[in-house]
Design a protein around this ligand. Sequence first.
Ligand SMILES: Cc1ncc(COP(=O)(O)O)c(C=O)c1O
Length: 398
Amino acid sequence: MLLAQKAFTMPRAADLVRKYLDGTTASGIFEAKAGQAIGGETHVYSPAYGEEELRDLLGFAHTILFNSWREWEHWQPLIRTELAERPQSERPRFGLRVNPGYSEVETLIYNPCTPLSRLGMTPEAFNQGLSRWDSSIRRDPEPSQCPEQPYIDGLHFHALCQQNADVLERVLEHFLTHYGAYLERVNWLNLGGGHHITRPDYDIDLLIRLIERLHTLYPHLEIYLEPGEACALNAGLLLATVLDIDPVSRNVILDTSAACHMPDVLEMPYQPRVWLLDDPAAEATVPGSTLRLSVSVTDRNGLENTYPDCLRAAADGGERYVLGGPTCLAGDTIGLYEFNRPLVRGDILLFGDMAIYSFVKNNTFNGIPLPALLWLNSDATVDTIKNFGYRDFIERLG
Ligand SMILES: Cc1ncc(COP(=O)(O)O)c(C=O)c1O
C-alpha cells in the first residue's frame, strides 16, 4: 500500500506514513524526492518526463511508470546509458499505465478513462505498440540475450475517485478483459488510487476478496494500491476568522479563501464541514443549496443570478450565512451554512477534512497569506511547523 503524495505531502507526517504504508507514489521529481525521504518504495508516474527529471529519477526511484509505448521508446537511449553499468538488482523497475476503458467517475475532470483521455494507454494503443515492443514485457531480465536491455515488468491503472470496492470490482472486470493475458508476463499490478478505504462504509472484505481472486488467478503477482485521499481522510483543520458580516446579503468575509486555501471546494466541487470554535459540538449544518452550486447554473447573460435564493434562505430563519474569502474572485465562496447563533466579527471557524488536496494545492492569489502549519500532538500540545510571511510570497514570485 503506497501513499499517493499528490493528495498529501507533509514531511512532519513521515513517521506516520512509514508506520502504516510500504512507500509512496509521486507525480514527478519533487514528490519523488519527498517520498524518498519518507522511505519504503518510491514509485513515480508522469504523463511525460523531462530529460533531467528522468535522469534524476533513474538514480533513486524504485518503480518508474510510463504513460505510453511512445514515452517508453523515446527514453530508451537515456535509460540504457544511465543503467549501463548498474547491476540488475540496483535498477528501477519499469511499468506502463493503461486505461481499463471503464470508470464510474461522474465528474469529467476527475475521470481518467474518457475516450480521449491523455492518461494511460487505451487497449488499442497498448495492442498496437506490442507489434514492436512485445518482447520488452517480461517478468525477468534475460541476461543471456541482452543484459543491458530494460524491460517492463508491471502494469498500472487508475480509474477510481472516492469510490467503494464494488466499483473496483467492475473496473477490474474490464481491465482483465483487455489486459488479463499480460498478467502472466509481469511481476506486479498497481490498482491506482481513488479507493476510499478509510471511509466507514468502505467494503474492506470485498477489497480483500478481489485481491485474493487476483492472487488465485496469478499467484506470482504483487498487487499495489496507491490511495491518496484515504490516507488522510477527515484529517486536518483549517482555522478561519470572521472578518466582516453583511447583515443584508449575509455574506461573511473570512481570512481564508476557497480559491487560495481550499481550491477543491471550487474545482471538485464540494462543501467542507464547519464548526464554530466556541461551541465545538455545534457543527454548522449545510442547507440544501449553496451559492457556489447555484452560480454554476446561472445563464450566460448573468440574468438569472441565484443570489436571491440565499437571501430567501436567510430570511426563512436560522442563522444562515454565505461564507466567502477575501479575494477579488466573485465566486470565492465556500458555501451556504447555518449556525445555531449569529456570527460576530472575530468568530473562529474550523473547516474539516483540509489535509488532503486543499493542503497541497494552496496558493497566494491576491497576495492572501498562507495559513501557518501547526501539528496537534496526541497529548493535545501544538507545535508550529511553519509560519508563512511576506518573504515566502515575494520570493516565489521572483
Ligand atoms: C495515478 C494516480 N494514483 C493515485 C491517485 C490518488 O487518488 P486518490 O487521492 O483519489 O486516492 C491519483 C489521483 O489523481 C492518481 O492520478
